[in-house]
Design a protein around this ligand. Structure first.
Ligand SMILES: NC(=O)c1ccc[n+]([C@@H]2O[C@H](COP(=O)([O-])OP(=O)(O)OC[C@H]3O[C@@H](n4cnc5c(N)ncnc54)[C@H](O)[C@@H]3O)[C@@H](O)[C@H]2O)c1
Ligand SMILES: [Zn+2]
Length: 360
């Protein structure tokens, strides 16, 4: 299946299938690139899939492979410089494509390097995690972290194509699989009731990574994200709904020193919090909150804030996080499954009370 993504600067294709090698081959054979390319990947993904992708690329290019260490802690400006050095030392030119093979970390840092080197070289994402296929490879955000915060240095940079092969996903650790499911559930809550129902009805198949089911949720996630970012490429308004559950999630990740939670796990707790808050404010029915909590629980995702996390600390971090944008704390609240709204000016008391209620 091919999904078109229309952006202000270009239209490109997202190829979704089981194995994407053939589509990749026919894409590079047609593209107007020079005869050198770079493959950026990491030390976990390279032994699994690196050679296979190199073989495809070698049909058309001389391939320079950069293997970064695995881990979010390497998504920083120093590793970014190393990638730039690698591109410069190998004399890659403006028409030499960079292929980012890996999860969101590789996609973000390699994408940022592609955006910056020579003011932009062609970028092709080959996402290998559920999170990267369903979320991070779509939308054009690329970045590295800074010690003051995640993704503090980055750009909007659209790829020439994305190749999402679900065959990559069978080696993904269980924890990564489940954490990413939280973002898939999120699409259901914010705008796709049909997807949410599908998830409710197919939890076992999803947990067992049944192929057809996986293909379906990946496709549907890509369509959802594409639909939102097309309406709002630079994150001014509509795109904010993607932050459902994320205000609390970011605070939990930060307080846990980015070690306690995978991002999706924190988002699961954040979505339970946001839907409880919505119910308490009479914006949604209790059943909506319960369905959200149940579906997350069925994937063994966390649905409580750890009791040792202090409510005041959480609140302070949430406020700090938002200060970057404005003085107001902004929450995405749910009216129903498939429909959300943005709320500002919520009472401190209500937020504190709700955090306490989500503690377990
Ligand atoms: N750009 C965006 O719009 C956007 C959106 C969401 C998240 N992100 C970023 O994405 C990153 C998280 O991405 P992630 O969850 O993919 O994490 P990740 O890239 O760290 O990958 C998770 C783990 O899985 C391993 N892995 C990757 N593919 C594998 C495979 N097929 N089989 C076995 N192991 C595999 C990785 O080496 C890593 O250890 C964060 O840095 C986050 O900020 C970006
Ligand atoms: Zn997220």
């Amino acid at each position: 299946m091919i999904i078109d993504v229309h952006t202000l600067v270009k239209t490109y294709n997202v190829f979704v299938g089981e194995d994407i090698s053939e589509e990749l081959l026919s894409f590079i054979e047609k593209a107007n690139y020079s005869n050198k390319s770079t493959l950026v990947t990491n030390s976990t993904v390279y032994p699994l899939y690196g050679k296979r992708i190199e073989e495809v690329l070698k049909n058309r290019f001389e391939v320079f492979t950069y293997i970064m260490p695995d881990g979010e802690e390497y998504k920083n400006i120093y590793e970014f410089i190393k990638i730039i050095d690698f591109l410069a030392e190998n004399n890659l030119d403006r028409k030499s494509p960079l292929f980012a093979l890996g999860g969101g970390v590789v996609g973000d840092i390699a994408g940022f390097a592609a955006a910056a080197f020579l003011r932009g070289i062609p970028l092709i994402h080959i996402p290998t995690t559920l999170l990267a296929q369903a979320d991070s490879s779509i939308g054009g955000k690329v970045a590295v972290n800074h010690k003051k915060g995640k993704n503090l240095i980055g750009a909007f940079y659209q790829p020439d194509a994305v190749f999402s092969g679900i065959d990559f996903l069978h080696t993904l650790p269980d924890r990564e699989w489940k954490a990413a499911l939280a973002e898939v559930v999120k699409y259901g809550i914010i705008q796709d009731e049909g997807l949410f129902k599908y998830i409710e009805q197919n939890t076992e198949k999803i947990l067992h990574r049944d192929r057809q089911t996986t293909l379906y949720i990946v496709k549907r996630s890509i369509l959802n994200k594409t639909n939102i970012v097309q309406k709002d490429e630079k994150e001014k308004d509509v795109r904010q709904i993607l932050n459902f559950g994320h205000t609390l999630a970011h605070a939990l990740e930060k307080i846990g020193g980015y070690k306690t939670y995978r991002h999706g796990e924190a988002v699961a707790v954040g979505m339970v919090f946001a839907s409880l808050l919505s119910w308490k404010l009479n914006i949604c029915k209790k059943q909506v909150y319960e369905r959200i909590k149940n579906v997350l629980r069925s994937f063994s995702l966390p649905v409580h804030v750890p009791s040792e996390f202090k409510t005041n600390d959480i609140y302070d971090v949430m406020r700090w996080d938002k200060k970057v944008v404005s003085d107001k704390l902004r929450f995405v609240l749910t009216e129903n499954i498939g429909k959300v709204r943005i709320a500002t000016d919520l009472e401190l008391q209500m937020i504190v009370e709700t955090i306490n209620e989500v503690k377990g």
